[in-house]
Design a protein. Sequence first.
Length: 164
Amino acid sequence: MLDRTAFYPTSGGQPADRGTLGGVEVLDTVVREKDGAIVHVLEHAVQETDVQGEVDWIRRFDHMQQHTGQHILSAAFEQLLDADTVGFHLGEDASTIDVNVARMDPEEVIPVEGLANQVVWEDRPVSTRFVGHDELTALPLRRPPTVEGPVRIVEIAASSTGSD
């Protein structure tokens, strides 16, 4: 068991990071239910007591981009169609977003896609920070977090033209 890790575990519709620990391939990273510990599933045992991890950056960056894109697209669905995101799955070859709309015509998606693309093309800054419970309750979140302790917040800057 590691005392700390940079590997993201499977969570929130996002697959786990891959990479190596002590030169051994990491096949999966999961959160153990009984105590919340992060467990790395390895190709075989590591012999060293001190190991260095290396995250597959290409995969991680792809997941970061897709996850941020999901938040941008979800915000566009909410703003233009009053459609809340109820599910998200980030996969190896495709990602899906589920919104709470019973039926949607393809033409309705065109302006949503346009708004999301506009946000991406503006290359808005994305920042992260950790907040405690008190600060968290003041934030306009879609749903309350299900974890205890500090929560990592990812913020996408507003448009400089005010056209959000």
